[in-house]
Each structure stands twice: as C-alpha cells, then as structure tokens.
Write a protein that binds this ligand. Structure first.
Ligand code: NAP
Length: 251
C-alpha cells in the first residue's frame, strides 16, 4: 500500500528508539500517532511534519488513561491498524535493591500497558483488514540476568505474550511481530555503568525495525552477532548458564 495513506501508532515516541522510529516513518510519508509524556522533542518534529505527526500526551502507567485514549484515537482515525508498543522503562534493580514500587511501576508500563492497549484495540484488530501489532521486548527477556529483577521478567513476559498473540490471532488478519533489541544507545541505557557490547544507535535500531517489520518472520532480533549469542545463551542448560553468568558477575 502507498505509504501516503498509511498511519501507524507508536508508544514511547518521545525518546530513544520510539523517537527514531517516529522520524523514520514520517520521513517515509507515513502519518504517525506518537504517544508519550515528555513531548518536547516530538513538538520540534511537528514543525517539520505538521499534521503528519499527531502527538498524544498520555501516562501509560495509569490504567484509567489507556482505555479512553485508545477509544478517542480509534474513533478519530478509522483506518489506523498498525501499532508499535515500544514504551518502557529500564531499572537496574537486583534482589537487594528492588522495592514494591519499582516492580509495580516497571510491570505497569512495560507489560500491563500493552495488555490494556490491546483491550482498547481488540475490536479493530478483528476487522477484516490487514493489521500489525509489534511488541518491543528485549534480548534481556531470553534469560534471567543480573540486575534485571524488575525489567527482565517484563520483557520475558512480552515475548510470551507476543507468541500467544501470534497463535490466537491467526484467525484474523493480524501480523504479530516480536522485537528484541540488544543494547541501543538511548537515554534509558545511559544508566549502565559497564561497556555495552555491540551497542548501536537508536537511528540504526529504527532502520532495522522498519525494514524488517514488513518482511516475513515473527521475531526481529538485533544486532547480529549479539542476538545470535543471546539466543545461544538461551538454549544452553541451566548448570552451564549459571556457571558462566556467575563468572561474569564476579569478574
Ligand atoms: N535501549 C536499549 O538498549 C533497549 C534494548 C532492548 C529493548 N529496549 C526497549 O525499547 C523500548 C524503548 O526504550 P528506549 O531505550 O528507547 O528508552 P527511552 O529512550 O527511555 O524511551 C522510553 C519511551 O517510553 C516512554 N514511556 C516511559 N514511561 C512511560 C509512561 N508512563 N507513559 C507513557 N510513555 C512512557 C517514554 O516517554 P516519556 O518519557 O515521554 O514518558 C519514552 O518515549 C523499551 O521498551 C525498552 O525496554 C531498549
């Protein structure tokens, strides 16, 4: 279909990967509905793309906001049927530091907001038009990692959710994509105090996602070879995994 007629919704469009995705879709002639809270950077993009960029300020951690927001958006944009659920927060909690608040916040934004958004768009996805749901998880969801006691489980759950959705929506015209990035240089990863292997820019990440999202295949995992290494780590037996990971942690 001609990209001039295409419209896509991106959550977490105000920063990092979501902002780069927004820019790349706009450059390609798409209309983008961008959701986030701190909309300053999106506003400066609107100066360039005018009515092609629709900015929706919404705190996705508040469950009461999500249903109403999606209801209004779907009413206003009847042809909208492409959705990238990208919003997320990254905390480096571990067993000694996690709090109930940090777990609740991470689960609310990273995981529950996706379920709540899906409830909002479920009827739209059942319509007999081709639609797209892309869920941004992470290679950090492949296995339990150090300092990932709140973040990792949300990303593992998103992988499982995307798999379940793929199966359940096979009877509709829904293309489900699972996106698992490795390290991407964004405001979120600035908190890391270690050298991030195979780090790529958010522009590069967005380019890969946009290219692969319309291709066949379920998972978009990058960058190679980091995704390959992490996939290998996922399948090794527990005894070997724990041996290797404890060596890494105690280095
Ligand atoms: N960077 C990486 O290395 C990496 C690797 C794997 C996966 N990921 C995933 O990629 C996604 C984007 O991450 P990023 O690195 O680009 O992070 P980022 O630069 O911090 O961007 C996160 C986005 O999520 C939005 N967001 C957070 N809390 C929100 C809330 N309560 N309501 C609405 N929007 C909210 C932020 O918007 P506001 O601040 O405006 O609210 C922002 O637009 C996340 O799901 C992350 O887990 C990142």
């Amino acid at each position: 279909m001609n990209s001039q007629n295409k419209i896509i919704l991106i959550t977490g469009a105000t920063s990092g990967i979501g902002l780069s995705l927004t820019e790349i879709y706009l450059k390609d002639g798409w209309t983008v509905i961008g959701i986030g809270r701190k909309i300053t950077l999106l506003k400066s993009l609107r100066d360039l793309y005018l009515e092609k960029l629709i900015i929706i300020q919404c705190d996705l951690s508040k469950k009461e906001n999500i249903g109403e927001t999606f209801k209004n958006i779907l009413e206003k944009y009847p042809s909208l049927n492409s959705f990238i659920f990208n919003a997320g927060i990254y905390k480096t909690d571990d067993f000694d530091t996690f709090t109930e608040e940090s777990i609740e916040e991470t689960f609310n934004i990273n995981l529950l907001s996706v379920y709540r958004s899906l409830l909002g768009i479920r009827n739209r996805l059942k319509e007999p038009n081709q639609s797209l749901i892309a869920i941004v998880s992470s290679v950090a969801g492949y296995r339990g990692l150090p300092k990932s006691i709140s973040y990792g489980p949300t990303k593992a759950a998103l992988i499982n959710l995307a798999e379940a959705l793929k199966v359940d929506t096979a009877k509709y015209q829904v293309d489900v994509k699972l996106i698992c990035p490795g390290f991407v240089d964004t405001p979120a990863t600035k908190i890391n105090d270690f050298e991030m292997p195979f780090l790529i820019s958010s522009e590069k990440a967005a380019k890969i996602i946009k290219k692969k999202i319309n291709q066949k295949g379920f998972e978009i995992s990058f960058p190679f070879p980091f995704s390959f290494i992490m996939k290998f780590v996922r399948i090794i037996p527990y005894w070997l995994y724990f041996k290797k990971i404890s060596k890494l942690v105690n280095k």
